[in-house]
Design a protein. Structure first.
Length: 150
Protein backbone atom coordinates (compact mmCIF):
# COMPACT_ATOMS: atom_id res chain seq x y z
CA UNK A 1 0.00 0.00 0.00
CA UNK A 2 2.86 2.42 0.85
CA UNK A 3 4.51 1.66 -2.48
CA UNK A 4 1.30 2.52 -4.31
CA UNK A 5 1.06 5.76 -2.33
CA UNK A 6 4.63 6.71 -3.21
CA UNK A 7 4.06 5.95 -6.90
CA UNK A 8 0.80 7.91 -6.93
CA UNK A 9 2.41 10.82 -5.07
CA UNK A 10 5.30 10.85 -7.52
CA UNK A 11 2.96 10.94 -10.49
CA UNK A 12 0.93 13.76 -8.98
CA UNK A 13 4.14 15.67 -8.22
CA UNK A 14 5.33 15.35 -11.80
CA UNK A 15 1.93 16.33 -13.20
CA UNK A 16 1.83 19.39 -10.96
CA UNK A 17 5.37 20.42 -11.82
CA UNK A 18 4.83 20.50 -15.57
CA UNK A 19 2.18 23.24 -15.64
CA UNK A 20 3.47 24.90 -12.48
CA UNK A 21 4.80 28.00 -14.21
CA UNK A 22 1.32 28.73 -15.53
CA UNK A 23 -0.05 28.51 -11.97
CA UNK A 24 1.91 31.45 -10.61
CA UNK A 25 -0.18 34.57 -10.94
CA UNK A 26 2.46 36.60 -9.11
CA UNK A 27 6.20 36.13 -8.56
CA UNK A 28 5.49 35.77 -4.82
CA UNK A 29 3.42 32.67 -5.59
CA UNK A 30 6.37 31.08 -7.35
CA UNK A 31 8.67 31.91 -4.44
CA UNK A 32 6.26 30.37 -1.92
CA UNK A 33 5.87 27.25 -4.07
CA UNK A 34 9.57 26.61 -4.45
CA UNK A 35 10.27 27.36 -0.78
CA UNK A 36 7.61 24.83 0.21
CA UNK A 37 9.01 22.26 -2.21
CA UNK A 38 12.54 22.69 -0.87
CA UNK A 39 11.31 22.57 2.74
CA UNK A 40 9.54 19.24 2.29
CA UNK A 41 12.40 17.81 0.24
CA UNK A 42 14.95 18.94 2.84
CA UNK A 43 12.97 17.51 5.75
CA UNK A 44 12.81 14.05 4.20
CA UNK A 45 16.40 14.19 2.94
CA UNK A 46 17.46 15.18 6.44
CA UNK A 47 15.78 12.09 7.90
CA UNK A 48 17.68 9.89 5.47
CA UNK A 49 20.88 11.76 6.22
CA UNK A 50 20.45 11.25 9.95
CA UNK A 51 20.37 7.49 9.33
CA UNK A 52 23.25 7.56 6.84
CA UNK A 53 25.46 9.45 9.28
CA UNK A 54 24.50 7.35 12.29
CA UNK A 55 22.75 10.17 14.16
CA UNK A 56 19.64 8.02 14.41
CA UNK A 57 19.27 4.25 14.14
CA UNK A 58 18.88 2.87 10.61
CA UNK A 59 15.30 1.92 9.75
CA UNK A 60 15.13 0.42 6.26
CA UNK A 61 11.43 1.13 5.80
CA UNK A 62 11.70 4.75 6.96
CA UNK A 63 14.82 5.30 4.87
CA UNK A 64 13.10 4.03 1.72
CA UNK A 65 9.94 6.05 2.32
CA UNK A 66 11.79 9.28 3.08
CA UNK A 67 14.21 8.87 0.17
CA UNK A 68 11.27 8.29 -2.19
CA UNK A 69 9.56 11.46 -0.99
CA UNK A 70 12.76 13.50 -1.29
CA UNK A 71 13.31 12.19 -4.83
CA UNK A 72 9.71 12.98 -5.84
CA UNK A 73 9.92 16.47 -4.33
CA UNK A 74 13.20 17.13 -6.14
CA UNK A 75 11.24 17.46 -9.38
CA UNK A 76 8.98 20.27 -8.18
CA UNK A 77 10.77 23.54 -7.39
CA UNK A 78 12.42 24.17 -10.76
CA UNK A 79 9.32 25.37 -12.60
CA UNK A 80 8.93 28.06 -9.94
CA UNK A 81 12.10 29.92 -10.92
CA UNK A 82 10.03 32.11 -13.19
CA UNK A 83 10.70 35.57 -14.52
CA UNK A 84 10.33 38.15 -11.80
CA UNK A 85 10.69 35.65 -8.97
CA UNK A 86 14.25 36.78 -8.37
CA UNK A 87 12.95 39.69 -6.29
CA UNK A 88 11.18 39.59 -2.94
CA UNK A 89 11.62 37.17 -0.05
CA UNK A 90 14.01 34.78 -1.72
CA UNK A 91 17.51 33.52 -1.18
CA UNK A 92 17.88 32.75 -4.87
CA UNK A 93 20.99 34.36 -6.35
CA UNK A 94 20.82 36.28 -9.64
CA UNK A 95 23.15 33.63 -11.13
CA UNK A 96 20.09 31.37 -11.54
CA UNK A 97 18.75 33.68 -14.22
CA UNK A 98 22.14 34.82 -15.56
CA UNK A 99 23.51 31.29 -16.07
CA UNK A 100 20.38 29.21 -16.35
CA UNK A 101 22.17 26.38 -18.18
CA UNK A 102 24.52 25.86 -15.22
CA UNK A 103 21.55 26.03 -12.84
CA UNK A 104 19.63 23.46 -14.88
CA UNK A 105 22.67 21.19 -14.96
CA UNK A 106 22.96 21.42 -11.16
CA UNK A 107 19.26 20.74 -10.65
CA UNK A 108 19.37 17.75 -13.02
CA UNK A 109 22.40 16.37 -11.16
CA UNK A 110 20.65 16.74 -7.80
CA UNK A 111 17.52 15.00 -9.07
CA UNK A 112 19.61 12.13 -10.45
CA UNK A 113 21.50 11.74 -7.17
CA UNK A 114 18.28 11.74 -5.14
CA UNK A 115 16.87 9.09 -7.46
CA UNK A 116 19.99 6.98 -6.86
CA UNK A 117 19.57 7.53 -3.13
CA UNK A 118 15.98 6.27 -3.32
CA UNK A 119 17.14 3.13 -5.13
CA UNK A 120 19.91 2.57 -2.57
CA UNK A 121 17.47 3.06 0.31
CA UNK A 122 15.22 0.35 -1.08
CA UNK A 123 18.11 -2.12 -0.80
CA UNK A 124 17.56 -2.06 2.96
CA UNK A 125 21.29 -1.84 3.57
CA UNK A 126 22.79 1.00 5.57
CA UNK A 127 26.09 0.75 3.68
CA UNK A 128 24.32 1.25 0.33
CA UNK A 129 22.50 4.20 1.85
CA UNK A 130 25.76 5.74 3.10
CA UNK A 131 27.39 5.30 -0.32
CA UNK A 132 24.53 7.05 -2.13
CA UNK A 133 24.03 9.75 0.49
CA UNK A 134 27.43 11.40 0.01
CA UNK A 135 26.99 12.29 -3.68
CA UNK A 136 23.38 13.35 -3.07
CA UNK A 137 24.43 15.70 -0.27
CA UNK A 138 27.27 17.04 -2.42
CA UNK A 139 24.84 17.83 -5.25
CA UNK A 140 22.66 19.79 -2.82
CA UNK A 141 25.69 21.66 -1.49
CA UNK A 142 26.83 22.58 -5.00
CA UNK A 143 23.52 24.27 -5.70
CA UNK A 144 23.48 26.01 -2.33
CA UNK A 145 27.03 27.27 -2.82
CA UNK A 146 26.44 28.58 -6.33
CA UNK A 147 22.80 29.62 -6.38
CA UNK A 148 21.57 30.37 -2.85
CA UNK A 149 22.28 33.42 -0.73
CA UNK A 150 23.29 32.69 2.86
Amino acid sequence: MKKLFVIASSLVAVMLALPAAAQFAKPEDAIKYRKASFTVMGAHFGRVGAMATGKVPFDAKAAAENADIAAAMSKLPWAAFTEGSDKGETRAKPEIWKDNAKFKEASDKMQAELSKLAVAAKAGNVDALKTAFGPAAASCKTCHDNFRKD
